[in-house]
Every structure is written in C-alpha cells, then in structure tokens.
Design a protein around this ligand. Structure first.
Ligand code: ZN
Length: 167
C-alpha cells in the first residue's frame, strides 16, 4: 500500500510541472476533488490498515477482555518470527522423541542400575516398579535424546516432574 501511494505521489509530482498555475482557491477548497478529476484516487492508508482484535469472555460472561493489535509491517514480522520458532521447537521435539529407541531405554535403565534417579526406589526393592526414561531438559525446551540428558525415573517421580513443568 505504501509503495502504491508513493507511486501515485510521484505521478502527481510529475504532472504538477505540466499543470501550470492552478488557482489557489482550487487547491485550498478542493484539492482531493481536483486530483480526482485528473484521475488520481485519494488513498487513505488508515482505512486500509488491518487490525486483529483478540476478545475473551469468561464462561459466566462476567469477565470480558479484549485488545487490538494493528497489523503493521512490524507486527506481522514479529508474528512470523514467533510462529517460525514454534514450528521449529515442535519439529525438534518430535525428532527427539523418535530418537528414543527401545534399545536406548534399556541402556539408560541398566546404566542407572534400575534405580529411580530422584527417589532412589528400584526394581531390586520393588520388583513391579515401573521405570521410565526422562529427558532431564525436556525436548520441548531444547533437550536432546542423548545419554547425558536422559535419566531413569520411577513413574511417580516422572508424573510429579511433568506436572511441575506444566504449571
Ligand atoms: Zn522415584
């Protein structure tokens, strides 16, 4: 839009030199009309600016909140950046999960002597204890599926840990 407006402004300036002296009262009282009759449309940029309105109403309808974000060049660039980083993080986390093989799980459990790295409970003490492999730094936070980022946790400690991350 800005470019289009600039092109029209340039044409206007070019025409100006052929127009000679336009009486002052024409320009003072009806500049837009004058240019319109010459074939120049008036562009009002503010009318064309897109806004995105976010609105929230609580279940009971008691709380209402809304805010408006003008979709300027800067806002759109920022939005693209955020969306791109989310896509990348998601793809990375997915990739890390596929790297978690059965063989690797078994290797980590053996390395940790079938013992929970958090509470110390083990299958030696509790034969039916369910042991799980945990990403010390979660994949969603950039943690890799590598031996140094994996640990054995009992299912209870693993649940407690993921609850903590969510809240
Ligand atoms: Zn535990």
């Amino acid at each position: 839009m800005k470019d289009a407006k600039q092109i029209i402004e340039n044409y206007k300036a070019e025409y100006q030199q052929y127009l000679g002296n336009v009486p002052d009262y024409v320009m003072e009282n009806d500049e837009a009309g004058f240019y319109e009759r010459l074939g120049f449309a008036t562009i009002d940029e503010s009318v064309l600016a897109v806004e995105y309105k976010f609105a929230y109403t609580s279940g009971g309808g008691l709380v209402q909140r809304s805010f408006t974000v003008p979709m300027t060049e800067e806002t759109i660039a920022e939005l693209i950046k955020i969306l791109e980083s989310k896509l990348t993080t998601k793809a990375f986390a997915k990739e890390q999960r596929t790297l978690m093989t059965k063989k690797l799980r078994e290797f980590i459990k053996q390395r940790d002597h079938f013992t929970c790295c958090n509470c110390g409970n083990s299958t030696a003490v509790e034969p039916n204890l369910l042991l799980e492999i945990d990403h010390i730094i979660p994949a969603s936070k950039g943690g890799r599926t590598t031996e140094d980022n994996l640990q054995t946790l009992c299912w209870k400690c693993n649940r407690a840990k993921s609850n903590k991350i969510i809240s």
